[in-house]
Design a protein around this ligand. Structure first.
Ligand code: AHR
Length: 680
């Protein structure tokens, strides 16, 4: 898989926790620091109380609170708040995702059954095992010629030779490294089945503890018959301790042969969407304050081959009409997360899609040359845009309405392909032009993104990708400062400081934050940016250095996650005139203002091991409150990190500085990012 380390050459907060400490000795801390609390309004910013003393000690050790006098020796940052250089792009921070690291299946998409479509591997029907509750007997096999639909033409055949009510025989599924079962919760179980023998009777579905064998929830369907039919039952849990050490069982109570397909189990989902998303992960995304979602990928859009591209039309409608497909990350995608589900995801977060359309190039090198051969793919993209934006009088708008979503979705950006610089045939310029002309003719208002510079037409936007070490980012922070503003805008559609695994560490967060200061400073040119990859199931990592980690039952944000959230939350509308003199070259900053709200947001990134003193000269501000708020994200060692077992080691801490005037003496702790909000 491509792991590029490159960039295109240039073409009043209410803390959820109460204040968790009051500084013990006024003499040990600067007078202007009042208290610190866990930052932000979202549960994911809450920290464990038990960690507090550890982090407090670390911050003190790192020199978080040093005397104001030392600040006079360091950097000077002068801000002319009333002189705007340019606007901040209102869409600057967003999300990029794809099916990688079990991001959707085994991740955001809430399906709990793994291999629900009975995919047959060398070792049998993957993820399914026989189970019997006593002395019953039976076997399973893959039936390749019979399924509920032509899109799912195979099934699992269960032949039970001995069973009764106490000795049931059937199959069990382990889920994606377990199944999260919570108390007093209703899970919806469903499957397609066909009886081969009239004696089949009903199917019993049970959620069972792996460790105790206890049945945690159970229900029984009506008796099966000889036709393929869908069965659905609720599984309701009672009082229990949440755990992911559970599995799902489907059993028969008497000898019979049955065929099964599309066995599914859903917990309650975000906004209660059928076929929807995990609540915890969606809440984490909402807390990032994103403005867009680039979908569906990445390499996932392209596929290894043309046949394995993200063929959006095959991802619509009832699940039994989705044939599934192999993704370039080497597992089968259920396509439960289909195009409409992607769009509903954007709707739930109140953000816009950035729609990437397949452009005729796939990862193993196959490409469809511009001209007649490419026309079908261009038409597909036009249909896709109509599906997203068309009203119900259009063909694809009407199909969207039939699928339950009459209202069109907003759309301003369409990306043509992904990383087409890897197409060594050089066909992208021609392919891009063919898409560009056809889409512009039908949708002149759309901004069309190219994935690499082209010579045929002038793209509206170019997508730059960077996967780098922190030191590499520090060296390229001025890259965009001198780019000619008369050319295409820039979308930094994938980027990350890749240090730490499976999610990135504190050192990576510093690299990220430093890079984001340059994104904000250049946000007249850079219209959007999205970190990647967003998700990793910690049991199924394929790409090191991800933003949000999870397993079947819990999730956490890397330090970089919190930096993303802070940078997006505290973002003004304009970039004012400012400059920094003196101080370390590893002390970075960005400042934005919001004159309507009378706010100045100053972001400071100290990527050094020592506290950095800084004098802030605030000019042209109008009347400022005497207090400013500070969010601090930092730690003692760049290798420090959050993890599935230590999820909130590094989270933002909230504090207040007093005595704000035209000159503020401040010290930025070692290895930290601070966001200071000045305002009225
Ligand atoms: O984000 C991981 C991969 O990196 C993306 O799929 C691809 O676009 C890039 O090469």
């Amino acid at each position: 898989m491509m792991e590029p380390v490159y960039g295109h050459l240039l073409p009043g907060e209410t803390p959820l926790e109460k204040t968790f400490f009051v500084l013990p000795s006024p003499s040990s801390f600067p007078q202007n620091v009042k208290t610190m609390t866990s930052s932000a309004k979202h549960p994911f910013f809450r920290r464990s109380r038990s960690l507090t003393p550890v982090l407090l000690t670390a911050l003190i050790a790192a020199g978080c609170f040093v005397s104001a006098a030392r600040a006079q020796d360091g950097a000077v940052i002068e801000i002319q708040a009333d002189k705007s250089l340019h606007k901040v792009s209102p869409t600057l921070y967003g999300l990029m995702t794809e099916e990688i690291n079990y991001s959707y299946d085994g991740g955001l998409y809430a399906e709990m059954v793994r291999n629900r479509t009975m995919e047959h591997g060398w070792a049998g029907i993957a993820r399914w095992d026989m189970v019997d509750t006593g002395t019953g007997r039976g076997t399973v096999k893959h039936e390749s010629g019979d399924g509920p639909t032509t899109d799912l033409p195979s099934s699992l055949q269960l032949d039970v030779t001995a069973a009764d009510a106490q000795n049931q025989v059937g199959i069990r599924n382990e889920g994606y490294w377990g199944m999260a079962v919570r108390p007093d919760t209703t899970y919806m179980a469903s499957f397609f089945a066909k009886a081969l023998s009239p004696t089949a009777g009903p199917v019993t579905l049970s959620l069972v503890s792996d460790t105790t064998g206890k049945v945690l929830a159970t229900a029984t369907t009506a008796a099966l018959n000889g036709e393929w039919k869908r069965y659905e039952v609720p599984l309701r849990t009672g009082k229990l301790v949440p755990s992911s050490l559970n599995h799902l069982q489907l059993t028969l109570q008497q000898p019979a042969s049955v065929r099964l397909q599309l066995v599914s189990l859903f917990p309650p989902t975000y906004k209660n969407r059928a076929n929807g998303n995990r609540v915890d992960l969606m809440e984490m995304l909402a807390a990032m304050h994103p403005k867009f979602l680039r979908l569906p990928g990445g390499n996932y859009l392209e596929g290894d081959t043309v046949e394995e591209r993200f063929d959006w039309k095959a991802t619509l409608g009832p699940l039994q009409n989705r044939p599934t497909h192999r993704s370039p990350w080497n597992y089968t995608s259920t396509d439960g997360m289909g195009l409409l589900e992607f769009l509903e995801w954007t709707e739930d977060l109140k953000i816009e899609p950035v729609l990437a359309v397949y452009a005729g190039y796939s990862l193993k090198g196959a490409h469809v040359g511009p001209g007649a051969a490419l026309k079908g793919y261009v038409d597909d993209a036009l249909d896709e845009i109509e599906f997203v934006t068309g009203d119900t009088n259009t063909k694809w708008g009407a199909i969207r309405a039939q699928l339950g979503h009459p209202a069109p979705f907003p759309l301003h950006y369409v990306e043509i392909g992904n990383e087409d610089e890897f197409d060594r045939s050089g066909s992208y310029s021609g392919r891009y032009a063919q898409f560009y002309r056809a889409i512009k003719a039908a949708y002149p208002q759309l901004q069309l993104i190219a994935t690499t510079p082209v010579t045929t037409v002038t793209p509206d936007v170019i997508d730059d990708h960077y996967y780098k070490r922190a030191n590499e980012f520090y060296k390229m922070l001025e890259k965009y400062d001198s780019v000619d503003r008369s050319g295409p805008k820039i979308f930094v559609g994938e980027w990350a400081t890749r240090e730490g695994s499976p999610t990135t560490n504190l050192g990576a967060m510093l690299g990220d934050a430093a890079f984001m200061t340059s994104l904000e400073r250049n946000s007249d040119l850079i219209v959007m940016a999205s970190y990647a990859p967003l998700f990793v199931n910690v049991n199924g990592m394929q790409w090191e250095g991800d933003l949000i980690g999870y397993d079947a039952i819990s999730a956490y944000g890397s330090p970089s996650y919190y930096a993303q959230a802070l940078f997006a939350e505290y973002l003004g509308t304009n970039v004012p005139e400012s400059h920094k003199t003196g101080g370390s070259d590893r002390l970075f900053y960005s400042v934005t203002t919001d004159s309507a709200r009378n706010k100045i947001y100053l972001k400071l990134v100290n990527a050094t091991s020592t506290p950095q003193a800084v004098t802030l000269k605030l000019n042209g501000t109008g009347k400022l409150a005497r207090e400013a708020t500070v969010e601090t994200l930092g730690g003692a060692d760049p290798a420090e990190t959050n993890s599935i077992t230590d999820p909130k080691r590094i989270v933002p801490l909230h504090s207040i500085i007093r005595g704000i005037g035209p000159n503020v003496q401040h010290t930025v702790p070692a290895y930290s990012v601070q966001v200071i909000t000045f305002g009225s």
